[in-house]
Design a protein around this ligand. Sequence first.
Ligand SMILES: Cc1cc2nc3c(=O)[nH]c(=O)nc-3n(C[C@H](O)[C@H](O)[C@H](O)COP(=O)(O)O)c2cc1C
Length: 370
Amino acid sequence: MSMNLGPLFDPFELHHLQLRNRVAMAPMTRNFSPNGVPGPDVVDYYRRRAEAGVGLIITEGTTVNHAAANGYPNVPAFHGEQALAGWKQVVDAVHEAGGAIFPQLWHVGAVRKEGTEPDPAVPGYSPSGLFAPGKPNGQAMSREDIRDVVKAFGDAAQDAKALGFDGVEIHGAHGYLLDQFLWEGTNQRDDEYGGSLENRLRFVVEIVEEVRHRVGPDYPIMLRFSQWKQQDYDAKLVSSPEELERFLTPLVEAGVDIFHASTRRFWEPEFEGSNLNLAGWTQKLSGKPTMSVGSVGLTEDFISGTFASKQESVEQSGIDELVERMNDGEFDLIAVGRALLQDPEWLVKVKEGRLNEVTAFARKSLTTLY
Ligand SMILES: Cc1cc2nc3c(=O)[nH]c(=O)nc-3n(C[C@H](O)[C@H](O)[C@H](O)COP(=O)(O)O)c2cc1C
């Protein structure tokens, strides 16, 4: 049975970027890159999704060149000859299959624990040495550390462009380093990087400016941000549309082209009195295209579905509501995570109305890279 898919398969254009449809693969850490190098299995993993029609692939978080950027085993690096050569293979495979691809540039900040690769002696680095309010970890960054990390993001973006990536996504979400600066709960600095919303934004603004400077005016820069943090699902960076506008304006001025507003369920209204979700409000207030995300094709949400629930599978849902919101122009692009992690052919099956053939998300799929 075929469904009304509205604008889901309409092309999308921004500067020189041309996407064949509005569906992106959400960035998902997979821990299959020993020594930080994405190998042939990673190439094939992304190729499969592009071959089955995904318009834009956003890679798993990949670390910028700073000693404390990584927080987990076997995460791909975005620096060093071997890792970049691996990424080049990924880019070429996705392009051959007609897809576009952005790397997600990442620094985990105070999520890093001592003992983590590549150098186990290096502690976490963060604005105030806090993993969460009242939970110290690692060290507070000096101004020099801040400059080093800003430069590392610039270097990575420049490398991304040179390798043929179609744009970059800067990971500013989920309680990692950039979000630790944004969030009052982890930013207790009393210098120009802490205090007011404008000050807490300064580090991210400097990163966006540096990236823009390195890649030139027409290269797409996407910024992922979220209200929720892994440290606190109920945390908020902003609590009203007015505050959201104050948050977005400096980022637009710094050079963000697309905002990727990360929510756990795309159908949830962000502020009272309107049905708009965070991506909807962000598009309205910034005037920029936005990408939404959260539980497309799933009934369980991210956290319970992936990590807590004993339930092995979940049903498809949400496509009708997604199409309705996209018909209304609420947001421009939609990212799909677990449904695509589980079933590389999820999108083509949706397109052809073969939902009964979709393999439902099961937690055990996290242990393989198919
Ligand atoms: C295994 C796994 C790894 C993830 N890794 C990342 C990551 O590296 N960067 C990121 O921004 N989000 C990451 N996420 C969050 C996803 O990008 C996405 O926002 C989330 O899964 C919700 O989308 P979904 O409901 O379609 O899965 C991860 C999610 C999963 C399930």
